[in-house]
Design a protein around this ligand. Structure first.
Ligand code: SAH
Ligand code: F3S
Length: 460
């Protein structure tokens, strides 16, 4: 068979968290560097990679549906390579080939460096197969979780824009009993700060002014004797960086040192994600979260005392096995006490292999009850969010314009406190900072009006 001369086209479709979005960019970078062209859809691609999430069963079912759909393309073009990468690939491993026989490649998060080789191996095998005329192609599973893989030297392919995600840590050393992450991403590995800082400086030259540092417990980052607060302050001081965010911190590592850097470095934004998970001490203990409600509330007080403007968001799980109705009510109480600006709420989802799945079967909360708790929690947290946001109408805040809004003629951006605002404006202004008065709120987002002259950034 003659090799085609055009470069191969790859399409990466990402599901899940910011770390996964960032990994998707990493895979695109690795593929670009080895000669692939990245395309924006599966139709014309030679290789389609579905970059997956394993955090809840629902996320995995969506992917299985999507891969089956992609098999439709493969029926028309049998040479299409379908790969499943990321956390679900790691979790399911070769069993994915049984569930979805049309998948050619399964690759966990520590395998990305070897992506071009893996694709080449598949291609070679297929070429040889033609002469051997075997019925089905090879399937390749790359699932090693490697302490040695520090992702050093790998470059992300970033879409142009004023904001960028920067992974500074991978994996997790905690073992929250509901969570699959430590099993699919391995133990915590922190990146060399010199490389991180170089990347930040490089991003500045490409027009980035806002960076978000990523890690599973991002604030437990350490490298030699450099702590997370040290790194945060160094990044905040890079010339040209105007905003720094980070996610997700673990409450236990929200220390006075961190709060001091947040309070004193002008670039660090007034927003903190503080995943509480539950408002009940017995549940927190059984989740192995390693803090109590009292400790969490102390953290909230400390942060609010030092940074009165701080906006707080959280993650909550309802119906953890064994959670009683009273214990669930404690979570509602916590919401009312703290009044988070935003809450991401989830129904417990059993993840095979995690300790919580081994709790006695009769402790599992019936689905209807779990759904009722979730709906009640959503009602309470949205109500609080609407009240908090209504109280902010009339403020004038700095907004970084990120993209065009859904309404024609409008653009959309975020305040330092992570509130989304839409207002009249032209898309040429994406990347600019401007002052916007928050005029109305839907409860979740704002509509605003620009005050004064728009400011241009990046020396333009
Ligand atoms: N530290 C990580 C946590 C990742 S999971 C981070 O970067 O945010 C994100 C959120 O998903 C968790 O905070 C938790 O609220 C939720 N979650 C994790 N495992 C879950 C499960 N088995 N069922 C339901 N929700 C879960
Ligand atoms: Fe998961 Fe807990 Fe780590 S939620 S990512 S095991 S801190």
């Amino acid at each position: 068979m003659t090799k085609s001369t055009r470069s191969k086209r790859a399409y990466v479709e990402t599901y899940g968290c910011q770390m996964n979005i960032s990994d998707g960019e990493l895979m695109e970078g690795i593929l670009t560097n080895s000669g692939f062209e990245i395309v924006e859809g599966p139709e014309n691609a030679d290789v389609v990679l579905v970059n997956t999430c394993a955090i809840r069963e629902h996320a995995e079912n969506r992917v299985l549906g999507r891969v089956a759909q992609l098999n439709g393309l493969k029926r028309e073009r049998p040479e299409l390579v379908i790969g499943v990468t990321g956390c679900m690939a790691q979790r399911m491993g070769e069993t994915l080939f049984e569930r979805a026989p049309y998948v050619d490649l399964v690759m966990g998060p520590d395998g990305y460096r070897g992506l071009p080789d893996a694709l080449e191996n598949l291609e070679e095998y297929r070429t040889n197969r033609e002469s051997r005329s075997s019925v089905r192609g090879p399937q390749l599973a790359i699932l090693d979780l490697s302490l040695g893989e520090n992702y050093q030297g790998l470059e992300q392919r970033r879409t142009e824009g004023p904001t960028a995600w920067i992974p500074i840590q991978r994996g997790c050393n905690h073992r929250c009993t509901f969570c699959i992450v430590p099993y699919v991403r391995g133990p915590e590995k922190n990146r060399d700060p010199l490389e991180i800082l170089n990347e930040v400086r490089d991003l500045v030259t490409r027009g980035v002014t806002e960076v978000t540092l990523l890690g599973q417990t991002v604030n437990s980052y350490t490298f030699a004797d450099l702590s997370f607060p040290n790194l945060l302050s160094e990044i905040a001081q890079v010339e040209g960086i105007r905003r720094v965010r980070f996610t997700s911190p673990h409450p236990n590592d929200v220390t006075p040192e961190l709060v001091e850097v947040m309070a004193t470095e002008p670039a660090v934004c007034e927003h903190l994600h503080l995943p509480a998970q539950s408002g009940n001490n017995r549940t927190l203990k059984r989740m192995l979260r390693r803090y109590t409600v009292e400790i969490l509330l102390e953290k909230v007080e400390m942060v609010r005392a030092e940074i009165p403007e701080i906006a707080l968001s959280t993650d909550i799980i309802v119906a953890f096995p064994g959670e009683t109705d009273d214990e669930f009510r404690d979570t509602l109480e916590l919401m009312k006490t703290v009044r988070f600006d935003e809450a991401f709420t989830y129904k417990y989802s059993a993840r095979e292999g995690t300790p919580a799945t081994r709790l006695p079967a009769d402790q599992f909360v019936p689905p209807r009850e779990a759904q009722a708790r979730l709906e009640e929690l959503i009602g309470v947290s949205r109500g609080i969010r609407a009240e908090v946001n209504a109280g902010e109408v009339g403020r004038t805040d700095e907004v970084l314009i990120e993209r065009v809004a859904r309404n024609p003629g409008q653009i959309l951006g975020r305040t330092r406190r992570n509130k989304v605002v839409a207002f009249n404006g032209d898309s040429v202004r994406i990347g600019c900072y401007t002052q916007v008065m928050l005029e109305t709120t839907t409860g979740a987002t704002f509509a605003g009006r620009e005050i004064g002259q728009p400011e241009l950034v990046g020396g333009t």
